[in-house]
Write a protein that binds this ligand. Structure first.
Ligand code: BES
Ligand code: MN
Length: 447
């Protein structure tokens, strides 16, 4: 595995949210499959109903009763818009100042690439491997993991493991390494307010007809209080408070200056008065509007009273909020706001996942701590990630083992945004971390 391979991987336009990229996703999967086969894996392509394939790779130990490690990555990426803000084309990987710029450079192709590099290097020294190594790589993480959601239920036997390493996480800085002991859950939905049966002249109808855009923003605004709390009844009912003793084991470090420097804004969102920024970003649930549309927003002006307006809304969930139940609750709440002249409909998207919290005393955590110390020369702090990896809970359940969220993603990678990047330093440290993890896992299992 070398830089050329990394660039090849980055060239696939594997945007899972875009139905026109089906072939790109297939081709990307085939590329990854070939690499896995090339380093000695038996690979299965798991497919579900036209969705991008899930790759399942197995590197068998000589002794089949040896312990098993399961690794998770994804080969799909987020959409590229707004394209005009990219300084180099998103699917033409560009090396500049020791950083590679491309969509997926970090999330998750960069992390997949260094994991491949590390596994290859590990197997060069130990082949067959001293433990069974299983690897699932899906192509739909960025759009809700629908296929793997179905497949894990059918493939429990194949997925059984003694430890699950989700290589799709990050840290605040390479100088202060962290390990992720949780992710937030996720639900997504479309909200549509339908008014008149066609766009209307705003002179003839303004003041008479209801404007769906106004009504949409009104119901959205009313769903949250001035200080950022979600006002939808029962939204917080099942939220479990993290006990103080557990809370103290995690870092909620937040560098205000760094935040302002990186993003140009102070941390003014969420339940501001009640919780610190990192708490709001990891152990509290949220409801956010991710996009809004309706009426005319092209060049110039059009005096139109729109026929409909819509919004994309998502929630980050924490233990023990149930994704289905919470989504239904929100759907019912918004739909109950329908009134004459403005019909509210909510479409809940299929891909969802609950929050996950990993055990603080799993052997896997000890292994990862040792690997971090060896790689970074420093012990890791433990964190709860604010992001979501929807399949984590179900994968851990199918594998019958503890998960752990690791990775060398950084805030400066600008994942999901223009000019996503990953440094050669991150690749080096990521590779070294995974290789050290595999070696430590081997040693720890033999003790
Ligand atoms: N790797 C991220 C999640 C993540 C980000 C974990 C930062 C830790 C730190 C993952 O690829 C991701 O972006 N997930 C999406 C899932 C969603 C589209 C269903 C997310 O969190 O928005
Ligand atoms: Mn992502």
């Amino acid at each position: 595995m070398n830089e050329k391979d990394y660039f090849e991987l980055l060239k696939f336009q594997s945007i899972s949210a875009d139905p026109s990229k089906k072939k790109e996703l297939e081709d990307c999967a085939s590329w990854v499959e070939k690499k896995l086969t090339g380093i000695g894996a038996k690979v299965e392509r798991w497919v579900h109903d036209g969705h991008p394939p899930v790759l399942f790779a197995l590197f068998e130990a000589a002794d089949p009763t040896a312990p098993t490690l399961l690794i998770y990555n994804h080969y799909d990426v987020q959409p590229i818009d707004p394209l005009d803000l990219w300084k180099s084309p998103p699917f033409e990987p560009t090396l500049k100042d020791e950083k590679v710029y491309a969509r997926g450079a970090s999330d998750n192709k960069g992390q997949l690439f260094y994991t491949l590099t590390a596994v290859e290097a590990f197997l060069k020294e130990k082949n067959p491997p001293p433990f069974n190594l299983k690897w699932v790589i899906e192509g739909e993480e960025e759009s809700g993991s629908e296929a793997i959601h179905k497949l894990v239920k059918e493939k429990k036997k194949e997925l059984k493991a003694d430890g699950l390493l989700i290589v799709d996480g990050g840290m605040d800085s390479l100088k202060n390494p962290t390990l992720g002991l949780g992710v937030r859950g996720m639900i997504t939905m479309d909200l549509k307010v339908t008014g008149p049966n066609s766009d209307l002249h705003s002179g003839i109808h303004g003041g008479i007809a209801l404007n769906p855009i106004h009504y949409l923003v009104e119901i959205l605004a009313n769903a949250r209080s001035k200080d950022g709390a979600v006002l939808i009844p029962h939204f917080y009912d099942h939220v479990k408070i993290l006990p103080k003793v557990d809370r103290e084991k995690f870092s909620f470090h937040f560098d205000l200056e760094e935040y302002v420097h990186l993003y140009g804004i102070p941390p003014e969102g969420g339940e501001k008065g009640a919780y610190a920024p990192k708490e709001r970003g990891s152990i509290r649930p949220t409801l956010e509007v991710n996009g809004i549309s309706g009426g005319y927003s092209g060049e110039g002006f059009k005096t139109v009273l729109p026929s409909f307006a819509s919004a994309k809304v998502s929630c980050r969930l924490v233990p023990d909020q149930d994704p289905e139940e919470t989504a239904q609750l929100i759907k019912n709440y918004f739909e109950s706001k329908s009134k004459p002249g403005a019909k509210v409909e909510v479409h809940i998207h299929a891909g969802k996942g609950p929050a996950v919290r990993c055990s603080l005393n799993s052997p896997l955590l000890e292994t990862a701590k040792m690997a971090v110390e060896k790689t970074f020369g420093k012990s890791p702090e433990l964190v709860l990630e604010g992001g979501s990896i929807p399949i984590t809970a179900e994968l851990a359940e199918a594998a019958l083992c503890e998960p752990l969220i690791v990775g060398v993603g950084l805030p400066t990678d600008t994942i999901h945004a223009p000019n996503e990047n990953f440094s050669l330093e991150q690749i080096k440290l990521g590779t070294s971390f995974i290789k050290n993890f595999l070696e430590t896992f081997d040693k720890e299992q033999k003790r």
